[in-house]
Design a protein around this ligand. Sequence first.
Ligand code: B12
Length: 217
Amino acid sequence: MANQQNELVKLLADLEEEAVLDLVRRRVAAGDDPLQLIEECNAGMRQVGERYEQRQYFLAGLIMAGEIFREVVEIAQPVLENQVTRQVSGRVLLGTVQGDIHDLGKDMVGMLLTCHGFTVIDLGVDVPPAEFVEQVSKLKPDIVGLSGVLTASYERMRETVSLLREKARQDRRSFPIIIGGGMIDDQICHYVGADHWVADAMGGVHLCQKLMAHDNG
Ligand code: B12
């Protein structure tokens, strides 16, 4: 199994589209956990990023990696949807912050939250801070989730959080703001002013479940 795992990471890092999809299909058919497969592909994506930084890959490599990852998620999604029990949970407003068009991570979180009974309102990518504020006022979600993987996104997240807090104060409402995306850590969360951060999509689901239980308890 360890070899197979390394194989998937390596195949994705090498952008071997057909071989990746073939291996994923075989492992799904053999009963492997689809989240584990996605996690391995994520490790492959990080290697693609490193190769891009080292100029071994160019933009086309990032685009290709994005396409392969999306195809992997398409294979895994039906299995994931069958695995989970749907209970009615809360409403989560999601979006990738302004200036950032990376959406694979956000979509992954959205899909898993939906599988776990959350109603997800997805504002898409490159979402200006004012748009988040407007939609939060209109849709009144229980939780707001911001996604961003570029270093430049942290400034936009900070601005978005600040505007959301101001509006929440005016409306006498409160809702937790969580952030996620590649390189986010405690320090960035503190800088941005968000309430929580998570490193992976399933961690996001567990956090949202905890926040809703707290809300209702
Ligand atoms: C694929 C990719 C692209 C694709 C994206 C396709 C798409 N539809 O999303 C494309 C080609 C569009 C792209 C473009 C660019 N990219 Co790019 N890209 C990547 C790459 C290789 C993978 C990102 C990815 O999708 N990972 C898989 C997902 C599933 O992981 P994730 O996003 O981290 O999400 C997980 C968690 O973080 C979490 N999560 C994410 N969001 C949220 C939100 C919430 C609420 C929660 C709870 C959890 C959560 O859940 C997810 C699943 O576990 C990364 C490398 C890397 N290390 O990340 C570079 C990377 C992010 N890109 C980079 C760069 C530089 C660019 C470009 C500027 C390149 C260019 N010259 O144009 C442009 C920027 C465009 C823009 N304005 O946004 C740099 C960023 C460097 C930096 N520090 O800012 C990276 C790190 C590569 C590198 N090492 O240099 N890219």
